[in-house]
Design a binder for this molecule. Sequence first.
Ligand code: CUA
Length: 318
Amino acid sequence: MSLSTACRGPFPQSTLAPKADYGVAIDRLFTGIFWWAVVVFVVVEGLLLISVLRFREREGAPAPKQRHGNTALEIAWTLAPALILVFIAVPTVQTIFATDRAPPDALRVEVIGHQWWWEYRYPDLGLVTANELHLPVGRSVAVDITSADVIHSWWTPALGGKRDATPNHHTRLVFRPDTIGEYLGQCVEFCGVSHANMRLRTFVESDADFQTWAAAQRATPAPPAPESPEEAGRQAFRRYGCIGCHTVAGFSSGRLGPDLTHVGGRSTIAAGLVTNTTEHLRDWIDDPLALKPGTLMPDMHVSAPDLPALVAYLQSLK
Ligand code: CUA
């Protein structure tokens, strides 16, 4: 609908400018229901206005003729809403079934909600990342959603669909992104103090860009040069116990926090809270609770000389 153009610009999380088949299907349902609602509104308010004006009290006029029961009218106003509900229900149910089918060549992605970040696993590609999802344009994605702790909900409005991430339960979402771009989303189920800080970002890329990204993600980062600040940072990463929670392929295998194997290549850190800059990385490691209240990442009291080394190491993990 034409509203969608008006709502595109300053509202990055609008559902009115869908960028995937699922989003388009939901938008179509929304548009249909919207116009049925307009028809009902106009008819009901119109009849109300006519009644108010035509049968209003006039000086000296006799009371209007009283009516009791009108079979034709009663059948009409029972049938009309029932029919409208059928016109809404049939396309809705059709959409539910149509959007539940994953084509055999769909890209499989596992989404795991954590307090307060998103884990993404691509089982067919053998790669794991966090918070920033990359998808190839024009290919169906079959997303399997679950949670490692409490109930979260995964939603990228432009792509359509909203699914709860429930522990010990798997929900599915199938969609095919149709436009290259960066789409914002967030957790939409209250999941603790940093619920609002649990954001997500989806990059829809050309197939070539996606393949390049996937190949880079699969690569194990080369160890830093001896004596370099990055190597000092890597030692600090071990010494401060970061290895207990974070995986860096070829170096550590912690599973509690996000996989950091390629953290240097992400555009944001801390579940999309801030851009991935030297300053933000430093502040985040220095005082994680200041940025994300309740975060399970403790303040490790990293010393002033170790902090820049740690940041340099993380930035080198492209
Ligand atoms: Cu996770 Cu709200």
